[in-house]
Each structure stands twice: as C-alpha cells, then as structure tokens.
Ligand binder design. Structure first.
Ligand code: NAD
Length: 359
C-alpha cells in the first residue's frame, strides 16, 4: 500500500469534462491494480469559472491546486468567451495558473503507435521507433523579455529582447537530464549558439552540468538543424531540451509526426515533483457534447503524471500498453478512424482502455 496522492481535477470547458471523466476511470483502475491511492478535489476553471465567478481562475481553484501533488486539466475556452476582455478570457487563466504554481517547463512526448503510422504525413519507415520528449523552457526568452517600438529614419522599429539567466537555464537543463535518465539516456540540447548570446550561455551552462549526469549521452544541436533532423531521423531522438521559442516551434513539429491532436499528452513541471498534466488539444467546441472526443491524450497525460510526478513507472506503463493494445486491435475514435462509420465514442474508448489495463 502506498501513500495517498492528492490530485486537483479541473475539467474545464467543451470536451474537457468528457475526456477527463475517462481519465478518472483509468485512475480508479490504477488504484485497483496497483494499490496506489488518489484523493481527488475538483475545481472550476476556464470559461465555466468566468460564468460562475467572473474570473477564469477563482481563488478556491488555485487553493485546491496548491494543496495537491499534481493537477489534471481538461481544456478551456470556447466561442462564448472569445470576445471577452483579456482579464476574463479562459487563456488568461492558463497563464495565471502556470505562473501561480511556479511551472517553468513544458513536456510533450511524441510517440508513434505502429498502427497509426500510415496516418502520418511522413513515410512509415522514417517514423519507425519514434518515441521522444520535448522539454521546453516556459518562463524566459524573447516571449517575456522587454518589448517596445521606436521611430527611426526607416520607419517604425520593433524590438523583442531575449533574456536568460544561468539559474533559469540550469533548472530546465537538470530537468532534461533527469527525464533522460528515466528513459533511453540521450539528451539533445537545442540552441543557436553560432549567433545568439543567450544560446552561448545556454550551451556553456549545459556543458557545466553534464558531468553530473555521466550516464546520459549529450548532443548539442543547432535549432535549424534539429528542425530538419526531426523530419529525417525522428527515432534517433530521446529527450530534447530547449528554450521557450525554439521549444514552442519544435514541440509542434514533433507533435505532428504522430498524426492526431487527440493523442497528444503534455505536462508542465515546476521544482520538485509537482506537475500540471493536460492534453495538448483545446476544448474542441465543434464536437463538444456529442460524446465523440478522443480521450487518449488525457489518458496518456495521466500516464505521464504517474511516471513524472509520482514515479509510478509500472502503472504508467500499464496505461500506455493498454492504449497500444486497444489501437492495435483496431479500435478508433472518429478523429483517427479511416472508416468513420465504425468509430467509437469517448466512453466506449475509455472503457476499452480500462478493460485492457493489466499489472
Ligand atoms: P482544438 O484543439 O480545440 O480543436 C482543433 C480541432 O481538433 C477541432 O476540429 C477539434 O474537433 C479537433 N480535436 C481536438 N481535440 C480532439 C479530441 N480529443 N478528439 C477529437 N478531435 C479533437 O483547437 P481550437 O479549435 O483552435 O480551439 C478551441 C478552443 O480551445 C479555443 O477557445 C482555444 O482558445 C481553446 N484552446 C485551449 C487549450 C487549452 O485548454 N490548453 C489549448 C488550445 C486551444
């Protein structure tokens, strides 16, 4: 019997509550199979919180998250709130929760399921064996540096400053090395050290930290080359660690190797083992309420939570194996089905995955 882990569950808007319900079934099955214990508290977050409390991130919701060991989030947003002023937009809640919880990295795995190889735009033989994670720095770089415009003799000029300090680089790079240690022990550090000063500091810092992880094989790669190699030899990457803007672009590129947005899990991590886990997709207003959303991204986010925040490797593996077996057996939701007439709904897919889970 293990200790009780506290989970904050924020279903959010649109398909968020539908896919989170399936993830909760999976958590129950983990309790049954492995004896782990989860104590869950639900919070109102996103558009629904704007409707009920006038803010996307109510104090009570934040308090539940701060008390928890990890947070599971569905998705937020929808046309109803699209034209709201900035403070009362669901996305402002997302930025707010990341900041308030001190989350500084975003983790996105890109895994190829053999049976879905044909659905990708790349050749199946190039994708064979692809299983990588992009670790992106979330709080620094040009997205958060000073920004301004000024008049010049050539017209208006716009400036975005890119700033990184050693502490910010160190904490994310340590995370990259530590995630690599739990996997195939290969780390690619991505920068633009041939032209950018922040990248030169990044590379120096990575080289200083590397001796602390002698079991991890380190590769430095320029971002433009990495963008190419992801398309040429995706299977050769294990963990990629990089700064905010490069990570934003590379994680979307890596995601598309796998085909469908309904399959992509993600985590945002802070110091220690705390993390916020959510599917990459949004609230999909076009299919909300129809019971047809693919719950796999959220279910795989739970697997990521078990592994990264709680070190429950076997339970996480069991979920990933169940997803693979269900897909291998030919079951599909509409977004990944070739024959749409045979597509399963959200609940049926969740039930099959739960039934396929074994120790
Ligand atoms: P989206 O990811 O919600 O949807 C894009 C397309 O993918 C849609 O056609 C949708 O039906 C489909 N799709 C997404 N998830 C799916 C799933 N699980 N199963 C089957 N199909 C799926 O992106 P969007 O349409 O650009 O945004 C819709 C709303 O979500 C917006 O309000 C946006 O701001 C918000 N959003 C929220 C998050 C988040 O909560 N983290 C992320 C992205 C977008």
């Amino acid at each position: 019997m293990s200790d009780v882990k506290k989970l904050a569950i924020l279903p959010g808007d649109g398909i968020g509550p539908e896919v989170v319900a399936e993830a909760e079934k999976v958590l129950k099955k983990v309790e049954e199979l492995f004896g782990h214990r989860f104590e869950t508290s639900r919070g109102v977050f996103g558009g629904i919180a704007i409707d009920q409390y006038g803010t996307p991130l109510p104090e009570d919701t934040l308090a539940i998250c701060k008390e928890a060991d990890a947070v599971l989030l569905g998705a937020v947003g929808g046309p109803k709130w699209d034209n709201n002023p900035k403070e009362t937009r669901p996305e402002t809640g997302l930025l707010g929760i990341r900041k308030a919880l001190g989350l500084f990295s975003n983790i996105r795995p890109a895994v190829i399921f053999d049976c879905l190889k044909e659905a990708s735009t790349l050749k199946p033989e190039v994708l064979e064996g692809t299983d990588l994670i992009v670790v992106r720095e979330l709080t620094g770089g040009s997205y958060f540096g000073e920004k301004f415009r000024r008049e010049t003799e050539n017209g208006q000029e716009a400036v975005d400053t890119c700033v990184y300090n050693v502490k910010e680089i160190e904490r994310i790079v340590h995370q990259g090395f530590q995630i690599a240690q739990k996997r195939r022990k290969k780390l690619a550090s991505v920068d633009k050290a041939n032209v950018m000063e922040t990248s030169r500091l990044w590379r120096e810092t990575v080289n200083k930290i590397a001796p602390q992880y002698p079991d991890v094989e380190l590769e430095h790669i320029l971002v433009d080359n990495c963008a190419m190699q992801l398309l040429r030899r995706p299977a050769s990457f294990d963990v990629i660690v990089t700064e905010n803007m490069f990570g934003d672009i590379l994680s979307d590129e890596a995601a598309m190797l796998t085909g469908s947005i309904g399959m992509l899990a993600s985590a945002s991590l802070g110091e220690g083992s705390f993390g916020l886990y959510e599917p990459v997709h949004g609230s999909a207003p076009d299919i909300a309420g129809q019971g047809i959303a693919n719950p796999i991204a959220t279910i795989l986010s739970v697997a990521l939570m078990l592994k990264l925040s709680f070190n429950y490797q076997e339970a996480g593996d069991s979920i990933e194996r169940a997803v693979k077996n269900v897909l291998d057996a030919g079951h599909r939701t509409g977004d990944i089905a070739v024959d749409k007439s045979k597509a399963l709904g959200t609940t049926a897919m969740g039930d099959l995955i739960v039934a396929a889970m074994t120790r």
